[in-house]
Ligand binder design. Structure first.
Ligand SMILES: Cc1cc2nc3c(=O)[nH]c(=O)nc-3n(C[C@H](O)[C@H](O)[C@H](O)COP(=O)(O)OP(=O)(O)OC[C@H]3O[C@@H](n4cnc5c(N)ncnc54)[C@H](O)[C@@H]3O)c2cc1C
Length: 427
C-alpha cells in the first residue's frame, strides 16, 4: 500500500486481492455511514447490512490500511489488564459484560470466517503466553487462576510441555488459551469487506471523511469528491484517525511494533518449531511475539519502529534473539519487514464514545483489536439497529480526551525500545 513495503509487509505480499471498490465522487444517501475500513468498521458494516440497513463505508486509504493490515495476527481473548482488575477500571456491570464479550470474541471471529468462507490462514490451535523466568511464570499463574475462576478453559503448561509445543527451551512455562489462534490479518479484513459488500454495503476507498455537518435530523459526511447523508455515523478510525475524529487518535499513545518474516522454514525444522501452530508472545515488558504463517515463515516481532537507525538495530537484535530462542534455525534471513502503531489508552481498556447524537464508535484496543474490533463492530451494529440499548452496552460512554504528552511518550517508547534492543541479547 502506498508502495511502502514496510507498512504491510508479508501480509500485503500474501493476501488475496481486495474486493473492487471506488472513490466516492458524488452525494449519496444511506442509513448509516461507517468511517474507517478496519475490523471495527467492516464488522459494523457487515452486521448492519445483514439486517437490511443501508450502509456506506468510507476508508481514507485502502481496506486494512490501519492496524488491521499490519498486526501480528494473534486472535486474543480478553485484554491486557488482569481479569480481576477490569471491574475496578470499567465498573462492576460493564467490567463483567466486557470480559464476557471479549472472552467470546475469538469464537465470533472463527464463526464469521466459517460463515463467509474467508480465506485468511486461520489456525484454531490457540495461543501460548510464554513465561520468561520465575517472574513471568508468577504472572501467568495469577492470570490462569483469575481466568479459571471465570470458567475460561485456559491451561498452565510446564516448561517441558511448553518446550515441546514451541520447539524452544527458553521459557519457564506458558498459559495456553485454546479459544485463541492466529490468522492473516489483511486477508481477514479483506474477507470481512467482501462479505459486507456481498450483504449490500457500499464501500469507498481513498475517500477520507473530511468534515461533518448536521442535515435535518441526520448527518452529512463530506469527502473531497462527494458526501454521504445518513441518520447515523459509526466512527471506526482508531489509532490511524485523521479528519473529524482525530481526538480518537489523540487519546492514545502510539507504541511502535515491528514484524520480520523469514522465508518458509524447511520441513524438518517445522516438525520441531510450533508443530501445533499456536501464536506466541512473552511476558517481558518489551515483549516479543512469534507465529508461523501458512507457508511456514516464522514471523517474529517486538516493540520498535523500522525507521532511521531503528531498522538496523531491531533487525540485528531479532537475529540474536532468534539464535537464542531457536538455535536450530542457524543463520536467519528475513524476507519481509514492516511496522505500525499500536494505540494505548491511559488505563489499557477500550473506549466507547458518543461524539454527538447518533455519532458513536469503539476504539482503543491496546494491541488487541482483531477479536475485540470484530465483536465491538457487531455490538455497534446492534446498538444502531435499535436492538441494544445504550445502557446495555459492554462499555460505559467516555468523553474523548487527548492524552497529555502523548508525542513525548511515543518518542520515549520508540527510543527506549531501540536502546534496549541495541544492547539486548549480546551475552
Ligand atoms: C504492529 C501491530 C501489531 C498488532 N498485533 C495485534 C495482534 O496480534 N492481535 C490483535 O488482536 N491486535 C493487534 N494489533 C492491534 C490491531 O491491529 C488494532 O487494534 C486494530 O487494527 C483496530 O482495528 P480498527 O478497525 O478499529 O482500526 P484500524 O484497523 O486501524 O482501521 C482504521 C481505519 O480508519 C481509516 N481512517 C482513519 N481516518 C479516516 C477518515 N477520516 N476517513 C476515512 N477513513 C479513515 C484508516 O485509514 C484505517 O484504515 C496490532 C497493531 C499493530 C499496529
Amino acid at each position: 500500500m502506498r508502495n511502502d513495503p514496510r507498512s504491510h509487509g508479508l501480509w500485503e505480499a500474501s493476501a488475496p486481492e481486495a474486493p473492487a471498490t471506488s472513490t466516492l465522487d458524488r452525494p449519496i444517501h444511506a442509513d448509516v455511514v461507517v468511517v474507517g475500513g478496519g475490523f471495527t468498521g467492516f464488522s459494523t458494516a457487515l452486521h448492519l447490512a445483514e439486517r437490511g440497513i443501508r450502509v456506506a463505508l468510507l476508508e481514507a486509504e485502502e481496506i486494512g490500511f490501519g492496524g488491521a493490515g499490519r498486526n501480528v495476527g494473534l486472535i486474543n481473548g480478553g485484554m491486557w489488564v488482569m481479569p480481576d482488575d477490569i471491574p475496578g477500571v470499567l465498573g462492576a456491570v460493564h467490567g463483567e459484560r466486557a470480559l464476557q464479550l471479549l472472552g467470546d470474541a475469538p469464537t465470533l471471529v472463527r464463526a464469521l470466517i466459517d460463515r463467509h468462507g474467508i480465506p485468511c490462514e486461520l489456525e484454531r490451535n490457540g495461543t501460548l503466553h510464554l513465561a520468561v523466568g520465575e517472574e513471568g511464570l508468577a504472572e501467568l499463574r495469577e492470570r490462569h487462576r483469575q481466568w479459571r475462576a471465570r470458567g475460561a478453559p485456559v491451561e498452565l503448561l510446564t516448561d517441558e510441555e511448553t518446550a515441546r509445543r514451541v520447539g524452544s527451551t527458553a521459557y519457564a512455562g506458558s498459559l495456553f488459551d485454546p479459544r485463541a489462534g492466529t490468522l492473516q490479518p489483511l486477508a481477514y479484513v479483506r474477507g470481512l469487506a467482501r462479505a459486507a459488500i456481498g450483504a449490500g454495503a457500499s464501500v469507498f476507498t481513498r475517500s477520507p471523511a473530511l468534515a461533518t455537518a448536521r442535515e435535518g435530523t441526520g448527518w452529512k459526511v463530506s469527502t473531497a469528491g462527494g458526501s454521504v447523508s445518513a441518520d447515523w455515523i459509526a466512527v471506526a478510525t482508531d489509532a490511524y484517525s485523521t479528519g473529524p475524529w482525530e481526538i480518537v487518535r489523540d487519546e492514545q499513545v502510539f507504541l511502535p511494533y515491528f514484524n520480520l518474516a523469514t522465508p518458509p522454514l524447511p520441513a524438518e525444522l517445522l516438525r520441531g518449531i510450533l508443530p501445533g501452530r499456536e501464536g506466541c508472545w512473552d511476558t517481558r515488558e518489551i515483549l516479543s511475539s512469534f507465529r508461523l504463517d501458512r507457508a511456514g515463515r516464522l514471523v517474529f516481532g517486538s516493540v520498535g519502529a523500522l525507521r532511521n537507525t531503528g531498522h538496523t538495530v531491531h533487525e540485528a537484535w531479532a537475529r540474536r534473539s532468534l539464535r537464542r530462542i531457536f538455535p536450530q534455525l542457524g543463520r536467519v534471513a528475513f524476507e519481509h519487514a514492516w511496522f505500525g502503531r499500536i494505540g494505548m489508552t491511559t488505563d489499557a481498556v477500550p473506549r466507547f464514545h458518543r461524539f454527538a447524537e447518533k455519532v458513536v464508535g469503539f476504539s482503543g484496543y491496546n494491541g488487541r483489536g482483531i477479536a475485540p474490533g470484530t465483536a465491538f463492530g457487531r455490538t455497534l451494529a446492534a446498538h444502531i439497529a435499535g436492538d441494544l440499548a445504550a445502557e446495555d452496552l459492554p462499555l460505559p460512554v467516555t468523553e474523548p480526551r487527548a492524552q497529555a504528552l502523548r508525542t513525548v511518550k511515543a518518542a520515549y517508547y520508540e527510543a527506549g525500545a531501540q536502546a534496549a534492543h541495541l544492547v539486548g541479547e549480546r551475552f
